[in-house]
Design a protein around this ligand. Sequence first.
Ligand code: BGC
Length: 586
Amino acid sequence: MTGTSTSARKRRTALLAASALLAGALGAGGMMQGTAVAAPACTVDYKVMNDWGSGFTASVTVTNNATSALSNWKVEWDYTGNQKAGSGWNATVAQSGAHVTVTAPSWNSTLSAGGSANFGFNGTYSGSNPAPTGFKLNGTLCNVDSQDPGDDPGDDPGDDPGDNPGDPGRDRVDNPYAGAKLYVNPDWSRKARESGGAAIANQPTAVWLDRISAIESGSAGSNTMGLRDHLDEALEQGADAIQMVTYNLPGRDCAALASQGELGPTEIDKYKREFIDPIAEIVGDPKYADLRIINIVEIDSLPNLVTNVGSRATATENCNTMLANGNYVKGVGYALATLGQFDNVYNYIDIGHHGWLGWDDNFTPTAQLLHKAATSEGATVDDVAGFAANVANYGALKEPYFTINDSVNGTSVRQSKWVDWNRYVDELSYAQAFRQEAVKAGFRSDVGVIIDTSRNGWGGSKRPTGPAAKTTVDAFVDGSRVDRRVHTGNWCNQAGAGLGERPKAAPEPGIDAYAWIKPPGESDGASEDIPNDEGKKADEMCNPDYKGNARNGNSPSGALGGAPLSGHWFQAQFEELLRNAYPPIS
Ligand code: BGC
């Protein structure tokens, strides 16, 4: 396995070199940048050896992957449950709140380069006993090795000094959010603070690269900083991870008008040479090697090739063009391969949301199409850390008052007008199921999903407080659902929506994070035509008077009126998001 991955890594380096030569983009020393990626400095293997429901015994092994010895080693983590670690052996274990600090015993205080130390302790808890995920060794975040009982057969630790024991495919942590301090975008933060959102202005949001010029000088609206500025600022902030969105495919936004972009349907070479290659040149700078770069790849693109093509009532000419010319698949493959060559880049592919792909005829074909893209243009599944659900959408994270398995007088909720035979009623159940489908389609078994919770809160006075009476299936579902949209196909500046769960790492099995990918307050699209040089047009779905089309069940758009161009600041929406936040803003 390792032999393969090493040659794969070399191949990917060669790929960057070739693309750089073509573009003439890299300066002297630039080609070395692809290889100069630091391995994570430590690995922690946390195992619960015995669990009796109210208490447990844990055994923890910490390995120093650095090239020098470490004296007075110290391991730290936070519990997400209410666990209390008691006294331990082979180390001193102390806990304050949820935070555990383990210090080395005097007789074993030095961890040699490549060396390990093991310690154990008994703990108590009630409820659940989830294993912690973010471990630090003397302040540095570590790889987590808890699922892997031993080193992988065939792994030859000698052949690749940067290799991650237990994960021969690459030198990445399983979940880049775990234990990580995330970058706060100062541009968004300032705007949010000035606009009445001081209480949430320090939340991390993603940086959108939505045009070629955004690489140098900022994206739509109030964003002023280029990619290098953001990465430098992330180092300044002492952040462990930054989130960005690469969003500039040829023929972008083929089923809508709001976010059509600067590149025409055939401009795949321009996409590669003037968008992805320059981004690679920047993120490959060794000075950023210790920063985890979480890259959300081309939202809304591949799902459109499944649902909005061919003989379907939802088909559009632009999506048929993009299916036929293959440029979405090529663009995504190229972005994955070119950025995925850096071990600190974590690529997440967009998977739409439950109200788009939750039907059988969309679900499996999407997983398969994503796999096709992830194995094209030199990409492999090792370039994919996972998937991003609900990006810039409004699907409820959890419907607390009904599930897909409920029925009313023998009629399944799947037959309600709202659910309409979908298999999922919320984003969490959808994301977890899609993860499994993706693994079946050939993705790595350790992929995780990010759910964008920036605007799916659905609080405020209209939020139901319990299940409705089971009179008819429609009355039950409509009275119980917290998602108050007119239709799950509505996506533009939704009236009544609120901020959702605050960003959080590893909140549920299979979910790498709840994250704010769409910066709250930035519009989804203009209600009326506004002249611009961004390629964007007014979209009827952003006009409150529009009565709908096949993609939203011919329903009213549910949009707020008076909206500016997509990506531009929409104060009225921001205020609505604050008002309807769920959980409420404390
Ligand atoms: C827009 C982008 C913008 C992004 C984030 C998209 O809908 O097209 O220009 O950067 O939203 O707000």
